[in-house]
Design a protein around this ligand. Structure first.
Ligand SMILES: *[C@@H]1O[C@H](CO)[C@@H](O)[C@H](O)[C@H]1NC(C)=O
Ligand SMILES: *[C@@H]1O[C@H](CO)[C@@H](O)[C@H](O)[C@H]1NC(C)=O
Ligand SMILES: *[C@@H]1O[C@H](CO)[C@@H](O)[C@H](O)[C@H]1NC(C)=O
Ligand SMILES: *[C@@H]1O[C@H](CO)[C@@H](O)[C@H](O)[C@H]1NC(C)=O
Ligand SMILES: *[C@@H]1O[C@H](CO)[C@@H](O)[C@H](O)[C@H]1NC(C)=O
Ligand SMILES: *[C@@H]1O[C@H](CO)[C@@H](O)[C@H](O)[C@H]1NC(C)=O
Length: 482
């Protein structure tokens, strides 16, 4: 009964699979991140950098400066700290060279202490003073080129180039005389600029190393339920084009800690997209083999069976109700309760077609009679249920509806003689249509809440199905925006 539910549940877990995800191997899940999506990720990265880079301490700078009239003065700048970094304008581009992030309008505020001392032959004592200063860095430019490759199924991020260039700084001393001001500005502008440039470049490289080890430590298998795990091994190097970054993962289900599901799945090439990525941040493409592997795992694990002993109209599960349709059953077991033992007899056939998911589920239904505290199996009926599921993403999350396309049944065995299958089929078919389908649709209509990831979730999402593929095109949005 809950079959459609299981599938949609798996589906929604999959489509929100968050992993930022060349051989002749094939990936069954593809994640294409558009320029808009890369922009979003870049902004997230920069925002993170702005807050985690500071306070950043720079090494002390010391210099002897010749000041007219005064003479030679030793000036020391210490406790130089970048207090704030702010980026106004930045871009991200993908291409043959890698992922290029450029920051144009960067600014930074620094605080520091200054100190000087000098002695002249005119005076027998050493004169010194100290105070603090603030520095504003304007028009900071940063260029960062990253390479993203796949190594043994994990993503490997590395820095190809990283440079920081400070265009202009302005120094503001608290206290001090005007000669000092001139001395500091003239002698230290260049040194402070290059100290900022060096410190920023190093910090960025360190940041990327941290991010890279985070990516490398992503698991290759993600448990979805207690029996099934999704293989999230990356396949082939990420493809970088001018318009998007494409990642492929294996994407097949296997039984947890066991690989009983063999690799007999073969993806058809040429997934055509029904939604274009330009106006959405990501497009996730799921091949139908993903659903097939999931269904296979559940089938092999013997999870596809259920007992029906309760229905809205309980009298249906009583031999009395069936006395006209199966008189011999009533004769042998008058007024007894019935339970139905349903099990899926072979892995369901799943096909993704235009705008819908089509499933054919073969089921064996054993009719058990509860007579005098004994369970007696009296007959087994083989059924085949064909249904179409159409999925949609709305405010409620992932929703959908199911439609019964076809239903056939035949008698497998019977201990109560001949059964009038046509009559039984009519009754069961109407039960399916009036009880099961509305029940499943009500559950589907309520929707499955899409989980959020680190405060972000899918927004503005659309789902499409076409030959063998499901596409989800979506933006990412922070939770507060909903
Ligand atoms: C160094 O700068 C920080 C931040 O401005 C300040 O809190 C600290 O007191 C300074 N240390 C010294 C020794 O001046
Ligand atoms: C950002 O900087 C680039 C390069 O200088 C420039 O072309 C673009 O117009 C700037 N964008 C904004 C919003 O300032
Ligand atoms: C940083 O400098 C800007 C001017 O560029 C100024 O408006 C801002 O208040 C400064 N921020 C801090 C934290 O000092
Ligand atoms: C996961 O996928 C990778 C790449 O396709 C494959 O080499 C590996 O054997 C798979 N793991 C399991 C448990 O199936
Ligand atoms: C169904 O069978 C039970 C025997 O367990 C009997 O007590 C009951 O009256 C029957 N109910 C109906 C509605 O016929
Ligand atoms: C239901 O059927 C399966 C096999 O078809 C059997 O293993 C199981 O014991 C049955 N359960 C009940 C409650 O009859």
């Amino acid at each position: 009964m809950a079959y459609g539910n299981i599938f949609l549940r798996l589906l929604f877990l999959l489509i929100f699979f968050h992993a930022l995800v060349q051989s002749d191997e094939e990936g069954h899940i593809k994640v294409d991140i558009s320029n808009k999506g890369l922009d979003f990720l870049k902004d997230m990265l920069i925002e993170e950098a702005e807050s985690s880079f500071v306070p950043l301490e720079l090494p002390e700078i010391e210099k002897s400066v010749k000041i007219p009239v005064v003479g030679k003065v030793k000036i020391v700048l210490s406790n130089i700290t970048i207090q704030r970094v702010h980026v106004i304008n930045s871009t991200v581009k993908t291409g043959d060279t890698g992922i290029v992030i450029s920051v144009y309008g960067g600014s930074a505020n620094l605080s520091m202490n200054w100190k000087y001392s000098y002695s002249t032959w005119l005076l027998p004592i050493t004169i010194s003073d100290e105070g603090s200063a603030t520095v504003e860095v304007e028009g900071m430019e940063i260029g960062l080129t990253l390479s993203l490759k796949t190594l043994q199924g994990s993503l490997k991020l590395s820095v190809l180039e990283c440079g920081c260039y400070v265009k202009a700084i302005s120094i503001d001393l608290d206290g001090g005389e005007s000669w000092l001001y001139q001395g500091v500005v003239g002698a230290f502008e260049g040194k402070i600029s290059s100290a900022v440039e060096d410190a920023m470049s190093k910090k960025i490289k360190d940041g990327i190393v941290n991010l890279a080890s985070l990516l490398e430590s992503l698991p290759k298998e993600v448990p979805i339920t207690d029996i099934a795990a999704l293989n999230v091994t990356f396949i082939g190097d990420p493809e970088l084009t001018e318009t998007e970054l494409d990642l492929e993962i294996n994407g097949l289900f296997s039984a947890k800690n066991d690989d009983v599901v063999s690799n007999h799945y073969h993806r058809m090439l040429g997934a055509s997209s029904s939604c274009n990525t330009e106006d959405r941040m990501v497009r996730i493409s799921l091949h139908e083999d993903v659903l097939k592997s999931a269904s296979s795992v559940y089938f092999e694990a013997g999870k596809m069976h259920w007992i029906i002993d309760e229905v809205p109209d309980q009298s249906l599960l009583n031999t009395t109700e069936w006395r006209f349709i199966v008189p011999q059953l009533y004769k042998m077991y008058p007024n007894d309760n019935i339970i139905l033992n349903m099990s899926v007899s072979s892995p369901p056939i799943i096909e993704i077609r235009k705008q819908q998911i089509h499933a054919t589920i073969p089921i064996d239904m054993v009719v058990d009679v509860l007579s005098a505290d004994e369970v007696i199996s009296v007959a087994c009926i083989s059924m085949s249920i064909s249904a179409s599921i159409s999925a949609e993403i709305s405010r409620n999350g992932l929703t959908g509806s199911i439609k019964l396309d076809d239903f056939t049944m035949s008698l497998k065995w019977s201990k109560i003689g001949y059964l009038h299958m046509l009559l039984i089929e009519t009754v069961i078919s109407s039960m399916l249509k009036t009880v099961l389908v509305p029940y499943v649709n009500l559950q589907l209509w309520k929707g499955f809440h899409l989980p959020s990831f680190h405060g972000y979730k899918l927004g503005n999402a659309q789902i499409f199905c076409s030959d063998s593929w499901i596409f989800v095109c979506s933006d990412l949005a922070s939770n507060e925006q909903f």
